[in-house]
Design a protein around this ligand. Sequence first.
Ligand code: NAD
Length: 366
Amino acid sequence: MIFDTLDTFGHEQVVFCHNKDAGLKAIIAIHNTVLGPGLGGLRMYPYKTEADALDDVLRLSRGMTYKNAVAGLNIGGAKGVIIGDPETDKSEALFRAFGKFVDSLGGRYITAEDVGIDVNDMEYVYRETEFVTGVHQVHGGSGDPSPFTAYGTMQGLMATLNKKYGDEEIGKYSYAVQGLGHVGMEFVKLLRERGAKIFVTDKAKALVEKAVSEYGAEAVGLDEIYDVAADVYSPCAMGGTVNEKTLPRLKAKIICGAANNQLANDAIGDEVEKRGILYAPDYAVNAGGVMNVSLEIDGYNRERAMRMMRTIYHNLGRIYEISERDRIPTYRAADRLAEERIAAIGKLKLPMGRSAPRFLGRMRGH
Ligand code: NAD
């Protein structure tokens, strides 16, 4: 049964990690390493069943392959999950036990933070393996990726405005920004600097107040965000917000934001296209975070990171070309770009070692 699933989704390797003393039950899924070692975050979540955990790690690791490929990185796709409650089940032993498993893979999997994991947990993992990104800056880590993600989202937005309207004047258009967290607030700041009209919403009142007072945004209700007359709907909170209920309400002609998994399903992606709304594929737009951590592998450098963020503009342009060339919706075109790149690079049969992680920037020592 499991091998059938792996066959369908194309995974290379799945590792079940168990350490009774540390209470560790984890799964690492390596989906594809054609472009390089598999990089993807570690998630800790109280999964109801082991099957749920397996399902999640298989889905997420495959997603990382596509994201990393479209981002133009020499990196493949992988992901880790720990079955447990991040509120109550964390311990040094748990993360060090996980780190030992990561190390045993010899660099085929490089881990990072994801839901339920913070930089302190990563410090424990880092004691057992160097194949970790997102550690403290003192170890050559890259710190909070959110400002980079916001800046990258701006690049994606410019490419999308250009495609839709033939110009990139961000300030000429209006935006409905949902979510004012780490990425959303920074995105609003960048929009404001360019003189844009911005509508905002968030569950946290204080964040809404900040966006209004500091960045001149107009506050709207949590549900109202789908009805405002804005040119761009920008999801920067949770996934699945473009769905059967919300899509008929959207006035925007562009969907471009940083949230993951914005489309509730593929059918919605097709419907977005039919309605003449240009969807900027989420994982291409929000790749700033993974681009940033990927630079830790060769030695982190902030300037290089900013330069890399700007490639998001070109990646989006390429996706829109493929969408037109093959007459497919943009969300499918993004997948095709990833598949074409993996196939082309896979054929080169480069000698082993070139893309092996080096972690040059690290000052290892605890
Ligand atoms: P965050 O937790 O800092 O912010 C999310 C914000 O959304 C919070 O302020 C929360 O109150 C708000 N929110 C939640 N539900 C809401 C709702 N229904 N309506 C309005 N607001 C709501 O998270 P973040 O790091 O800013 O990430 C935002 C999104 O971008 C997530 O989907 C994340 O997966 C994605 N993303 C983030 C990064 C990054 O670098 N942080 C990189 C890639 C993708």
